[in-house]
Design a protein around this ligand. Structure first.
Ligand SMILES: Nc1ncnc2c1ncn2[C@@H]1O[C@H](COP(=O)(O)OP(=O)(O)OP(=O)(O)O)[C@@H](O)[C@H]1O
Ligand SMILES: [Mg+2]
Length: 467
């Protein structure tokens, strides 16, 4: 994935943060810009509002002021102790022995240098974030092609949340905002252990944001990158969890439309959480429009053929396809269709037969391979009709049985590929014997009978004509 949207970076910079309030360079901060975060350090809170902490009178730099606020806000140093430090800094300036707040805090054992470094990292990662009323932005969690996600503390409920801030150009489009609100409401109607809960949508300084459940863990994408392949059983378990999330969403009329490894988060205890439900729908429309216009966007490795074709009635099968592509990537270590450009990848989704996943990873069972192939059927008719059927098949395979709903698609080109691969790998016949009708002796006998009858008829015809 190569997120390459330029221009949004600057749009998130605080509009209401005058330059003179930004900190001076300081030897402690390589970037020379620790505090910048009007957003990271909530000026509306009690911390930092005492007279002793106002810049210029504190005896310290603006940097010290911001650092002081951050420490008080995080409860690392109490307000009285901080005020006392700032008074001491003033005194030392008057005595011509200037000291930085950092030095004084360490001298008095009020913080450790680790805590100070941590605050610097957090401040740097949030330095251009806007303020959001009611939340204290702590640090950047990640960045996708179109938005940035921050860890924040919801002050009223004292809980950690994740906030996705959309770029400015999204926020300027009235049509988009209307959809954003509508989708936000539909996302909020969902409640499922395997779905990242939507808490709030809002707007600040003309930027739209989405507050959601914070997932303390990694994404399936991170796991694939770290381990190349996910073992079959673990992958089946994760896919099953996401399938139950889809069943819940689809039953309520919500289609995700952007299922991919980056949108599946994993908690430390192994619970899969599907992210961006509702929101992804708008993103995927836009991403597609942008890629059609030739602009750079993440490569569409997991998109369904019907979305590529621009069909308007995109439904649950599109999510099953995306989950199938994710499943394929997890167990084979490769995306289903690889190519240089986005349009080549999309063409392959539409026309190229799938290399069966067990050809790339012969260790996976025939049942799992068949499930993945059915999820990735190009034609909706050949795909799982719904997540329920998919879950049943996963359960059968987990129990060591054959799947019930998975059917190999009748695709001449795919059969040709399979026959070729079979010649290369004799094991395939044994493990996937049911897939190939010619591997069945009864079918072979029938074909031989048919051939003999055709030859017989031809001979008779020739005899009749020769008379
Ligand atoms: N609810 C959350 N809790 C914790 N981290 C999150 C949460 N949502 C997103 N993240 C982190 O933020 C990153 C960026 O998320 P975002 O949804 O903006 O983009 P993406 O899904 O990674 O990629 P793309 O923009 O291509 O869809 C994710 O990869 C993940 O690491
Ligand atoms: Mg996402």
């Amino acid at each position: 994935m190569t997120p390459a949207r330029n221009g949004s970076e600057g749009s998130i910079r605080l509009a209401d943060q005058p330059d003179q309030q930004r900190p001076h360079a300081h030897s402690d901060t390589p970037s020379g810009d620790l505090s910048g975060p009007g957003g990271a350090i909530n000026e509306g809170s009690s911390a930092g509002t005492s007279a002793g902490m106002s810049a210029g009178t504190s005896g310290g730099t603006n940097f010290d002021t911001a650092l002081g606020r951050a420490l008080v806000e995080r409860g690392i140093v109490g307000q009285p102790a901080m005020d006392e430090c700032l008074r001491e800094l003033r005194t030392r300036i008057e005595q011509s022995r200037p000291t930085t707040l950092r030095e004084l805090l360490l001298e008095r054992n009020l913080t450790s240098s680790d805590q100070l470094d941590q605050i610097r990292v957090e401040a740097e990662s949030t330095k251009s974030v806007t303020r959001i009323q009611g939340y204290q932005i702590l640090r950047k969690l990640g960045q996708g092609a179109m938005a940035k996600v921050y860890l924040a503390r919801q002050i009223s409920l004292d809980r950690l949340v994740a906030i996705k801030i959309l770029p400015k150009d999204f926020s300027e489009n009235a049509n988009f905002i209307a959809r954003f609100k509508k989708e936000g409401r539909s996302a909020a109607s969902l409640s499922h252990n395997n779905i990242v809960a939507a808490y709030e949508i809002g707007e600040t300084n003309g930027l739209h944001y989405f507050v959601m459940e914070y997932v303390d863990g990694d994404t399936v994408y991170d796991r694939i990158v770290a381990r190349k392949r996910i073992p079959e059983r673990e992958a089946l378990d994760i896919i099953r969890q996401v399938a139950t999330a889809l069943e819940h969403a689809h039953d309520r009329g919500v289609v995700h439309r952007d299922i991919k490894p980056r949108n599946i988060m994993m908690t430390v205890s192994g619970v899969a959480k599907l992210a961006d439900l509702g929101l992804a729908r708008m993103m995927s429309d836009r991403a597609l429009a942008e890629s059609e216009a030739g602009r750079a966007y993440g490569t569409p490795y997991y998109i369904s053929p019907e979305q590529i074709q621009g069909k308007i009635d995109i439904g649950p099968p599109a999510d099953i396809y995306g989950l199938g592509a994710t499943f394929y990537h997890m167990v084979t270590g490769k995306v289903p269709y690889e190519a240089k450009g986005q349009s080549e990848v999309m063409k392959k989704h539409l026309h190229q037969p799938l290399v069966p996943p067990d050809h790339l990873n012969p260790q996976i069972s025939a049942g799992t391979a068949l499930i993945i192939e059915t999820m990735l059927a190009k034609n909706i008719r050949d795909r799982y009709r719904n997540a329920r059927d998919l879950i049943k098949d996963i359960d059968l395979v987990l129990a060591g049985k054959e799947p019930e709903f998975a059917k190999p698609a009748v695709d001449i080109a795919a059969i040709a590929t399979a026959v070729q691969a079979t010649a290369d790998d004799p094991l395939t016949v044994v493990r996937r014997g049911n897939d190939n009708p010619f591997a069945n002796p009864a079918v072979l006998a029938l074909v031989a009978l048919l051939a003999a009858s055709v030859v017989g008829n031809l001979v008779l015809l020739a005899l009749l004509l020769s008379r």
